[in-house]
Design a binder for this molecule. Structure first.
Ligand code: PLP
Length: 424
């Protein structure tokens, strides 16, 4: 039986980030103490009053409108203006069950496309583009350039392509998962000159926008509004990944046909987002300014942890920059791992997990060549709510002491200790 149709089955594996989480859990269930630097999910909970709204509205069991309820789209539009100074018509905002499916639909709305994906990038862009049947072009980046695309490389790739009638899509993600890096205003402006000259469509994944450690997120749409769409949501800044609520702001430059196709695919796939999640999101976006302190403290904690790790790892010869946003680092262990006879990022992660119980994700999962022994380190293995409550007691301008990490983030310290020992 199993020999039927094998060649016609899609060649798509299990999402690598979810896989490492499961492997770690399995080892944990066998009694091993695992430091979970592999899976990235916000360690913080949504604000209590928003959890109440979510619960209180769970009686609403009808289907909602495909594109989301007007009140929510208006609240998101208000947030766009407040935080990014962008005027987005609520009619151009579509709400979906998480931004992941919305990214997919953005690509699926094109019959054909060439998709430029910076390497390293988040794990799902490439399989999504592949499922759409699009051609994928990985743009290499390096530690020297903070793992960001350069104008020279971008220009080269735009010029090289042959069939200019096929849409060219660039996926941007700042702050970045997996690197923790962000683009500056100057860099974005220069990149946008190239994008505009080649009429590139940009999908800007801004899901970590509120976790820019300095609260200085800048959207690429500011400098290239016509063909840029933005995806974001409440999974990261409000700790509500499991509620499944994200949104996309469609670009005006692709016209009504694109919107029609987009909503068409949404209606043929996910249908709508539960009303209770939409009510919770209205509370978050409509009263956004109320969550200033909740966010300032999250950023302060994440910055402390990220900087602690980057400093410790640099001291043993790892190439890693201090983080700028989100909760990831992308340390490059090549030099010290090669000395230990390790030659691929996959081998390094397997050896490290087996020998020390520290779970990291190999750079190869993020489109980086396997002989570059870079890994993604998600620094969220701590009790976010305890840390947040403790942080509220410390004046925001007062720097944390090491004691804070020792008390509230012991697994972070332990994990780094184990990595250091592995290389001794
Ligand atoms: N984009 C990036 C870079 C992510 O890290 C994630 C989640 O891990 C997503 C998008 C999807 O987020 P969600 O579907 O929860 O909105």
């Amino acid at each position: 039986m199993t020999s039927y149709y094998q060649s016609q089955i899609q060649d798509i594996g299990h999402s690598q980030t979810l896989l490492i989480n499961e492997q770690s859990k399995q080892l944990q269930s066998k009694g091993q103490n695992i430091i979970r630097f592999g899976f990235g999910q916000s360690p913080f909970s949504p604000p209590e009053e928003v959890v109440e709204i979510f619960a209180k509205n769970s009686f609403k069991h009808s289907y909602a409108p495909v594109a989301g309820i007007t009140e929510l789209k208006t609240a998101i539009s208000k947030y766009f203006y407040l935080k990014k100074n962008l005027n987005i018509n609520p009619e151009n905002i579509i709400v979906g069950p998480g931004s992941k499916i919305l990214l997919y639909i953005a690509m699926a709305s094109f019959k054909q496309a060439e998709v430029l994906i910076p390497a390293p990038s988040w794990v799902s862009y490439e399989p999504q583009a592949k499922l759409c049947g699009h051609q994928i072009i990985a743009i290499p980046t390096s530690f020297k350039d903070d793992w960001k695309i350069t104008c020279e490389t971008l220009e080269k790739f735009c010029q090289k392509r042959q069939s200019k009638e096929i849409p060219l899509i660039l996926i941007m993600n700042s702050p970045s998962n997996p690197t923790g890096m962000t683009y500056t205003t100057d860099e974005l402006k220069k990149i946008c000159v190239i994008l505009e000259s080649h009429k590139v469509v940009v999908i800007s994944d801004e899901i970590y926008e509120e976790l820019h450690h300095q609260n200085k997120h800048i959207s690429i749409k500011t400098f290239y509004p016509e063909l840029t769409m933005i995806t974001s949501g409440i999974s990261k800044w409000a700790g509500a990944g499991g509620w499944r609520l994200g949104y996309i702001a469609l670009p005006e430059g692709l016209g009504e046909n694109f919107k029609k196709a987009y909503i068409g695919i949404a209606s043929e796939t996910y249908s709508s987002v539960p009303l209770s999640a939409q009510d919770a999101a209205i509370a978050l976006y409509d009263n956004f300014e109320q969550y200033g302190s909740y966010l300032v403290h999250q950023r302060k904690i994440l910055n402390l942890i990220g900087n602690y790790i980057s400093t410790q790892l640099r001291a043993i010869g790892v190439a890693v920059a201090d983080p700028q946003g989100g909760f990831y680092l992308f340390p490059d262990f090549t030099t010290i791992a090669n000395k230990k006879g390790i030659s691929t990022s996959q081998q390094f992660c397997t050896d490290l997990l087996k020998n020390t119980g520290v779970a990291l994700l190999p750079g190869s999962a993020f489109l980086v060549e396997d002989n570059i022994i870079a890994t993604r380190l998600a620094y969220v293995d701590f009790d976010g709510n305890k840390a947040l409550n403790a942080s509220y007691q410390i004046p925001i301008e007062q720097a944390f002491e090491l004691k804070f990490l020792q008390n509230y983030c012991p697994n972070i310290i332990e994990g780094i200790c184990r990595i250091k020992k592995f290389f001794e």
